[in-house]
Design a protein around this ligand. Structure first.
Ligand code: PLP
Length: 387
C-alpha cells in the first residue's frame, strides 16, 4: 500500500487549528505609520516595531533611492567576495560610534547576527545559559553552536548563579545570552548584576538590543548605555529593522571580536551582503536617532500617557511589567486573546493577540511609536474598555 509521505503535514495543521495556534499573515497596503490600511480597513497601528516612525520617513526613503541609483539593487555577492561596499563600512562605523564599541559588523538580519555570533564564540565543549523568555534567534543560535544549553527562569539571577556554581567548572567557555528588552513582554533584564555574575564565573555575555536601540539610553544607544555598562566587556547584537526602520542586523563589540566573526561567522561569510538601499536607509536612521532626541522623548511621553490611561480607566486589566515601548495586557487563554484581537480590529485598532507557542500565556501586545498622538492612545483605551 502506498503511503503518502507528506500526509502528516495536513494532520499537523489540523492539530494547530484545534489548539487555536493557527496563524496567517494580514496585508498592509499603505506606507508605515500610526495609521495604516489593514486588509482594506483603516486602523490605528499598535503592532509596529517602527518605534521612532522612521520607516516611512522622507529622508530614509531618499537615502535608499539615492543608494539604489548609485550602486544598484543588489550587492551581488557575499562581503568577502564581491558584495562589500564603502557604504557597509560607513554603517558599521556609525553603529560602533553609537554604541561606543571599537567596531561592529552588519549582517543581513538580526536573526542571522544572533545565529552567527553565538555559533562562532561557543562550541561542543562549552556551556550556554539562556533566559527562558529569550527570542527565537538566541535559542536557535544556541542550538546551532552545539554547546550544552541550560535555560534559567526569566530574569532569575539567583537561579542563574546556582547553575553557574554547579556546572561552570565542567566546561571550557561559558556564554550567558539574554534579550535586554524582552520582545514579547517589554521588561528589562537586570544587566549590571548579570555582568557581575558573569565576571565572577568567567563567562562571556551576549545581549540582544533589538527593542532597546533607538529607545533607551543617552543618544538612543540602547539599554547597555541606559545601565551605564557601556565599557564593560560584552557582545552586543541588534537589528536595523525596528527603531532604525530598515532591514539587517549587527554585532557590536571589540575589534578582536569583529575581526574573528569576519573569519568565522557562517551566517555572515556565506550570505549576500546587505543591499545598498537597506544599508543607506539604516545609516540615515542612525544619524536621525543621534540628531533628534525629541523623537525618543516623545515616545517616552506616549508610554507614560498610555500607562496612566490604562491604570485610571481599566483597573481590572492586567498590564505586564514593562520598561519599554512594548506593553502587554494579559488574557486568560488563546481563544480569548484571539477574539480580543479581532474585536479591536473591528473597532479600528491594530493590536495583535500573541499566543503560545510564542509566549507561555496569551496576551494583547501593544507597541508604541513616537508619532502616536494622544487622541490615538485614547481611542485604544476606549476600544479596550468596550471589550
Ligand atoms: C526582531 C528580533 C530579532 C530579529 O531581528 P531581525 O532583524 O528582524 O531578524 C532578534 N532578536 C529580538 C529580541 C528581536 O525582537
Amino acid at each position: 500500500m502506498a503511503i503518502d509521505p507528506y500526509a502528516w503535514i495536513e494532520a499537523s495543521l489540523t492539530t494547530i487549528h484545534r489548539a487555536d495556534w493557527y496563524r496567517f499573515e494580514q496585508t498592509i497596503s499603505s506606507r508605515p505609520g500610526t495609521i495604516v490600511q489593514l486588509e482594506g480597513r483603516t486602523v490605528i497601528n499598535f503592532a509596529s516595531n517602527d518605534y521612532l516612525g522612521l520607516a516611512g520617513d522622507r529622508r530614509l526613503i531618499a537615502a535608499a533611492m539615492f543608494a539604489t541609483e548609485e550602486f544598484g539593487t543588489g550587492s551581488t555577492g557575499s562581503r568577502l567576495l564581491s558584495g562589500h561596499r564603502q557604504l557597509h563600512r560607513e554603517l558599521e562605523k556609525a553603529i560602533a560610534s553609537l554604541k561606543q564599541t571599537e567596531d561592529a559588523l552588519v549582517f543581513s538580519s538580526g536573526y542571522l547576527a544572533n545565529l552567527g555570533a553565538i555559533a562562532s564564540v561557543v562550541g561542543k565543549k562549552d556551556l550556554i545559559l539562556s533566559d527562558r523568555y529569550n527570542h527565537s534567534s538566541l535559542k536557535n543560535g544556541a542550538i546551532l553552536s552545539g554547546a550544552t544549553i541550560i535555560d534559567y527562569a526569566h530574569c532569575n539571577l539567583a537561579e542563574l548563579e546556582n547553575h553557574l556554581k554547579e556546572h561552570r567548572e565542567k566546561y571550557r567557555r561559558c556564554l550567558i545570552i539574554t534579550d535586554t528588552v524582552f520582545s514579547m513582554d517589554g521588561d528589562l533584564c537586570p544587566l549590571p548584576k548579570l555582568l557581575d555574575l558573569a565576571e565572577k564565573f568567567h563567562c562571556m555575555v551576549l545581549v540582544d538590543e533589538a527593542h532597546a536601540t533607538g529607545i533607551l539610553g543617552k543618544n538612543g544607544a540602547g539599554s547597555v548605555t541606559h545601565f551605564n555598562c557601556t565599557h564593560r566587556p560584552l557582545i552586543q547584537i541588534g537589528t536595523l529593522s525596528k527603531a532604525l526602520g530598515s532591514l539587517g542586523g549587527y554585532v557590536a563589540g571589540s575589534s578582536t571580536l569583529i575581526d574573528f566573526l569576519r573569519n568565522r561567522a557562517p551566517t555572515w561569510i556565506y550570505t549576500t551582503g546587505l543591499s545598498p538601499a537597506d544599508t543607506a536607509a539604516a545609516l540615515e536612521a542612525i544619524k536621525i536617532v543621534q540628531q533628534e532626541p525629541e523623537r525618543r522623548a516623545q515616545l517616552w511621553r506616549n508610554i507614560e500617557t498610555l500607562k496612566q490611561l490604562i491604570s485610571q480607566q481599566l483597573p481590572n486589566l492586567k498590564l505586564l511589567p514593562s520598561e519599554s515601548a512594548i506593553l502587554c495586557l494579559q488574557l486568560k487563554d488563546a481563544a480569548t486573546a484571539l477574539v480580543a484581537g479581532i474585536k479591536l480590529k473591528e473597532a479600528g485598532i491594530f493590536a495583535p493577540a500573541i499566543r503560545p507557542p510564542t509566549v507561555p500565556t496569551s496576551r494583547i501586545r501593544i507597541s508604541l511609536m513616537a508619532t502616536h498622538e494622544t487622541s490615538q492612545l485614547e481611542k485604544l483605551v476606549a476600544a479596550l474598555k468596550s471589550l
